[in-house]
Design a protein around this ligand. Structure first.
Ligand SMILES: [Fe+2]
Length: 181
């Protein structure tokens, strides 16, 4: 299950109901898929062939179509990142700057872990959402955020798009953001 860390206070929020209610107030969608549906060999595999990616999409076809039907997504794919990814450090450097999009950013984690760092309401400030397999998150359009990996530097996620052009990152220059926190 996802956990929250509020950067200004160090406060952690855990437990599905608490996490969901916090994210709800921040207008961040949080849902859960049963990651155990994935064949065991794909639950710990981070270098994927096209066939394996297709197998992940077909395993979660019902969940994907349900989410897409409710929220208007038209296309989806699978992204896999690990130390085997060429230029992983460069990629992460590129990810790790606060930005916005004109459509929401949806990720359903099917293996591994990852963090979204999101700018919350003024009383909360920036918070981390630490995600694991089964967690589904949607960061709303125009909400400042960035994504990075956790210590294990491994993730597989399904991405859903309304239009792929909507996912272009627009830098969000925020002097209030302290990267070191
Ligand atoms: Fe983004």
């Amino acid at each position: 299950m996802a956990e929250i860390r509020i950067r200004n206070t160090g406060e952690r929020i855990s437990g599905e109901e608490n996490v969901r209610s916090f994210l709800d107030k921040q207008e961040v969608l949080y849902e859960h898929w049963n990651a155990a549906k994935l064949p065991a060999e794909l639950q710990e595999k981070f270098v994927l062939s096209d066939e394996e990616k297709a197998q992940i999409l077909s395993t979660f076809d019902e969940e994907i179509r349900d989410l897409a039907g409710r929220r208007g997504y038209k296309t989806w794919d699978v992204i896999a990142l690990s130390d085997a990814t060429p230029n992983l450090d460069e990629l992460l450097k590129k990810f790790e700057s606060v930005h916005t999009h004109t459509e929401d950013e949806v990720r359903a984690i099917t293996a591994g872990r990852g963090i979204f760092i999101i700018k919350g309401t003024d009383d909360v400030g920036y918070f981390d959402v630490e995600l694991e397999a089964g967690d589904v998150i949607s960061v709303p359009e125009h909400k400042a955020h960035f994504f990075t990996l956790m210590e294990n530097r491994k993730i597989v996620a399904v991405r859903l798009f309304i239009e792929t052009e909507g996912w272009i990152a627009h830098p969000y220059d925020d002097p209030a953001f302290q990267k070191a926190q």
